[in-house]
Ligand binder design. Structure first.
Ligand SMILES: NC(=O)c1ccc[n+]([C@@H]2O[C@H](COP(=O)([O-])OP(=O)(O)OC[C@H]3O[C@@H](n4cnc5c(N)ncnc54)[C@H](O)[C@@H]3O)[C@@H](O)[C@H]2O)c1
Ligand SMILES: O=c1ccn([C@@H]2O[C@H](COP(=O)(O)OP(=O)(O)O[C@H]3O[C@H](CO)[C@@H](O)[C@H](O)[C@H]3O)[C@@H](O)[C@H]2O)c(=O)[nH]1
Length: 328
């Protein structure tokens, strides 16, 4: 019989893609989501439990009903800019939500936990390659809330034998190449979908946030990883835990950074259309450069990124951008 895993945030962008590959790998993914930023239409690969992590009774009910062997915790608020304006919201939802989930998991005897952390926990470190041993110095409340959850998981690993794999994602992009699901945030704040909305004429232009950064063309550098590669790593992380390999942190990125202008240039090649842009001010909370040292995931997990190049990430997102998308 298929093993059940609880996927918080399974109605969201990355969680829904994770459910697709989990099902393909023989698991039953149960989505736990309050539909704050997610879409019920994206829950296609297993049961849906509508619940809020802020409500411990919802968490306990989901564990009692489905008895999962592991939790994959994607649900969070994750907008860097918003977190700078309203830090309390981030500390409350991300940290309290995670605490309810961790305590609920332990109470239910479910001790395998995969957590979505972020390179935003590293902060801004002068363009150095960031690996899992780099010091974590977040410069925004979102990153700080994620670092706090990492600390919390480490404490519960010590005290209650919780086994955890922590993934620190770099910039996730692209979507299911089969077009069943895609990236749809409201409001959208991520570079690639915003750029493609501008290309498709759904918004007047893409604003480039800051052109005076100390980089090769003055715009920020990010390491983009395809969502299908990212969720493949989660299946490997889950198997790692189920095989009893224990606690580990893995970066998920490619080791190559691209500036905002380079992403725009790649889009021209993929879509054969111009990107209308306006040059704007820096966005609060943005790091200059975030590039991953990802050797550990490749060497230890056996992770093999396949689509994490700009052509596939933008190409897959471009196909999705021309679909009607999910509706509420
Ligand atoms: N997108 C990226 O580039 C990126 C990079 C690094 C880390 N991450 C992390 O990956 C995870 C998923 O990101 P995403 O882009 O898919 O976000 P998303 O907003 O699309 O998905 C988050 C999901 O969590 C749900 N949710 C939020 N609060 C909840 C609550 N209190 N109870 C139940 N469900 C709740 C939302 O409804 C949504 O379906 C997040 O933890 C994010 O911090 C994302
Ligand atoms: O309209 C836009 C949107 C973004 N950017 C720039 O594009 C880059 C990427 O921005 P975005 O796509 O918003 O991603 P990040 O702010 O880097 O944050 C994402 O990537 C982080 C890891 O870097 C995750 O932790 C976050 O959850 C996720 O939102 C940054 O330099 C932005 O300044 C623009 O110039 N114009």
């Amino acid at each position: 019989m298929a093993q059940t895993v609880l996927v918080t945030g399974g109605a969201g962008y990355i969680g829904a893609h994770a459910c697709k590959v989990l099902k393909a790998a023989g698991f039953t993914p149960v989505t736990f989501d309050n539909l704050n930023t997610g879409w019920e239409e994206a829950v296609k690969y297993g049961p849906f439990f509508k619940g809020d992590l802020m409500n411990r009774a919802d968490v306990d009910a989901a564990f009692a009903q489905y008895r999962p062997v592991a939790v994959l915790h994607f649900a969070a608020l994750s907008l860097v800019g918003e977190s700078m304006k309203d830090p309390g919201k981030y500390w409350r939802v991300n940290v309290m939500g995670a605490l309810n989930l961790i305590e609920g998991a332990i109470a239910a005897g479910c001790l395998n936990f995969v957590f979505s952390s972020t390179c935003a926990t590293y902060g801004d470190q002068d363009g150095v390659l960031l690996d899992e041993t780099s010091v974590q110095m977040p410069i925004n409340s979102y990153g700080a809330s994620k670092r706090a959850i990492e600390d919390m998981l480490n404490n519960f690993a010590e005290s209650h034998g919780l086994n955890r794999v922590i993934f620190r994602y770099f910039n996730v992009a692209g979507c299911d190449p089969e077009g069943e699901i895609g990236e749809q945030h409201v409001p959208e704040t991520h570079l690639i979908p915003l750029m493609l909305e501008a290309v498709a004429g759904k918004r007047p232009a893409l604003t480039v946030f800051g052109t005076d950064y100390p980089t090769r063309d003055g715009t920020c550098v990010r390491d983009y990883v395809h969502v299908m590669d990212l969720v493949d790593a989660h299946v490997l992380g889950l198997q790692w835990l189920l095989e009893g390999k224990g606690n580990r942190v893995f970066n998920l990125g490619t080791g190559t950074g691209f500036t905002v202008h380079e992403v725009i240039d790649a889009s021209r090649t993929v879509t054969n259309r111009e990107v209308p842009i306006t040059l704007g001010d820096r966005r609060a909370g943005d790091a200059v450069a975030l590039v991953s040292g990802s050797a550990r995931a490749i060497e230890e997990l056996g992770w093999q990124p396949k689509r994490s190049n700009l052509r596939d990430m933008i190409g897959d997102a471009w196909v999705w951008a021309q679909q009607p998308g999910f509706s509420k």
